[in-house]
Design a protein around this ligand. Structure first.
Ligand code: FES
Length: 236
């Protein structure tokens, strides 16, 4: 694993309580799941039994069970129950590697390194409205270059060129007129990048901006995947 620091893996709204999904960080597969107390978890996406992906598993309360033979793991990653041996006291060695996880700004972040600093992801706004996660065939550097020249839609009137500032090395805020968005960048590897986009703040314009921002995101993906140079189309 090559990525250090906090890495965005999903929009908070995309992982509902009792569900799981797979994600990739620089080629490393992780499962992102949410328990019935609404806590999000990010683990290695591999069952210690026969290697099945835990992202194919099913969440029951505060456990996630493997699809293949039903081994069930608690929120610490510890196997607690093996259906084929219901009376067995499960050895403590049967455990899935877990990663530090935090939710901020409407995004689920994880840190693959031991002892991650939770304060490392700043709160940039009291409210964040999910726009979408965009998965693009480009590098994070190409995405960053494109965002430096983009324009953001407004509640009315034409798009306005956006100012960009870095919140983290892999997270950028774009501000233009009445529109402020946060874009958290997930390096997937193999020329693939995830961009998790939220609209910041809660204003009278929030609802009106969601659809134009979704169109802006789609145009961003088109520009990134179809241009050798990261120039961005203006969005009206
Ligand atoms: S592979 Fe997961 S329980 Fe067998």
């Amino acid at each position: 694993m090559t990525e250090h620091g906090w890495i965005p893996v999903a929009l908070s709204a995309s992982i509902e309580a009792g569900t799981s999904a797979g994600a990739v960080i620089d080629g490393a597969e992780v499962v992102v799941w949410r328990d019935n107390k609404n806590a999000a978890h990010v683990w290695e996406d591999r069952c210690p039994h026969r290697g099945m992906r835990m992202s194919f598993g099913f969440v029951r309360g505060d456990h996630i069970a493997c699809l293949y033979h039903g081994w069930a793991y608690d929120t610490a990653g510890q196997c607690q129950y093996i259906p084929a041996h219901p009376d067995l006291e499960v050895p403590k060695t049967i455990k899935i590697p877990t990663y530090s996880t935090v939710e901020k700004n409407g995004i689920i972040w994880t840190a693959l390194a031991e002892g991650a600093d939770i304060a490392g992801v700043p709160d940039v706004a009291a409210d964040a409205t999910p726009v979408r996660s965009l998965y693009v065939d480009c590098t994070p550097a190409t995405a960053f270059a494109a965002l430096k020249t983009t324009s953001l839609p407004q509640p009315s009137g034409p798009a306005i060129p956006a100012a960009l500032d870095a919140v983290l090395h892999n997270c950028w805020r774009l501000t233009a007129g009445n529109t402020e968005v946060l874009i958290a960048c997930q390096s997937i590897g193999n020329n693939r990048t995830g961009l998790h986009i939220v609209l910041l703040g809660a204003t009278a314009h929030t609802a009106a901006l969601r659809a134009p921002l979704a169109r802006w995101a789609e145009q961003l993906r088109h520009a990134l995947e179809n241009s050798a140079t990261p120039a961005m189309a203006e969005v009206a």
